[in-house]
Design a protein around this ligand. Structure first.
Ligand code: ZN
Length: 142
């Protein structure tokens, strides 16, 4: 068997020209989504065209960071570094109040306290000097 090639960390994004601004914004504590100037719809993840009307007149806008828990699963087994060191963790899909859904993690709470439809808000967990993970936490109650 040949030696395993060095791989990038599995929890870091592959950055392309069109996604650099998104990750830089996350590092600065902002969640960006995209809005189409042609049809007005918003989408996420970042793309150079609108998935509704195919216009390339898309612009980045800052999301409110508020959303609801659409679905989730508590992960107890994952042998892949660095996830193995984070077990158990909550993999989730959050629906932003602007409409788009994104895959993320829910942090800062016990899995037993989660319920579908609950209010969550974005947070940013440092991964490296360059990247923050975009995660969500239960929304602060007022
Ligand atoms: Zn459009």
């Amino acid at each position: 068997m040949s030696e395993t090639p060095t791989r990038a960390r599995a929890d870091l994004p592959t950055v392309e020209a069109g996604t650099r601004a998104y990750w830089d914004a996350a590092k600065a504590g902002k969640l960006l989504i995209a809005r189409c100037r042609a049809c007005g719809k918003v989408h996420h993840y970042p793309r150079p065209f609108c998935p509704s009307c195919w216009s390339d007149e898309v612009e980045a806008i800052e999301a409110s960071g508020r959303g609801t828990l659409y679905t989730y699963s508590t992960v107890y087994v994952n042998d892949l570094h660095p996830f193995k060191e984070r077990l158990p963790y909550i993999a989730a899909m959050v629906e932003l109040e602007e409409g788009p859904r994104l895959m993320t993690n829910i942090e800062g709470c016990d899995p037993a306290d989660l319920s579908v439809g609950m209010a969550v808000e974005v947070d940013f967990r440092p991964l490296t000097e360059e990247f923050d993970a975009i995660v969500f936490r239960p929304a602060a109650t007022r």
